[in-house]
Design a protein around this ligand. Structure first.
Ligand SMILES: [Cu+2]
Length: 132
């Protein structure tokens, strides 16, 4: 009788363990960060302004058949740039390096705020991420 009870207990314990694992899997799926894709196409970031929640993964995908980069900071173009020594002001929050067609670059932004960025080799390509 003692043996039978031990075996039954063992099954109960195994059953509870597998329940717990299922719950953990569900929790892990819910905790997966959201990803927002920004396409780089025809010398533009599209969309050029996105608003996301903290912790969102921003993924840039290059659809042009030549290289671009993603440089955080401000690039100032137009008439206001005419009398400036510098028109690009990287803030070193993120930088992708050059990446070509079909390649991507991702960052996770956890702090609320506005993040301007541009392409260093095409400084007229400017865009913004708002984290709030
Ligand atoms: Cu570019």
């Amino acid at each position: 009788m003692y043996m039978v009870r031990t075996i039954v207990m063992a099954f109960v314990v195994l059953g509870l363990t597998s329940c717990g694992d299922d719950e953990n899997e569900n929790t892990a799926k819910e905790a997966q960060p959201e990803t927002r894709v920004v396409e780089i196409w025809n010398l533009k970031f599209m969309p050029d302004v996105i608003t996301v929640k903290p912790g969102t993964v921003i993924k840039w995908v290059n659809k042009d058949d030549f290289d671009h980069d993603v440089t955080s900071g401000l690039s100032i173009n137009g008439p206001e740039a005419r009398n400036m020594d510098e028109t690009k002001f990287p803030d070193h929050k993120f930088y992708s390096g050059l990446f070509g067609q079909g390649k991507s670059f991702s960052v996770t932004l956890t702090k609320k705020g506005e993040y301007n960025y541009y392409c260093n080799i095409h400084p007229f390509m400017v865009a913004k991420i708002i984290v709030k």
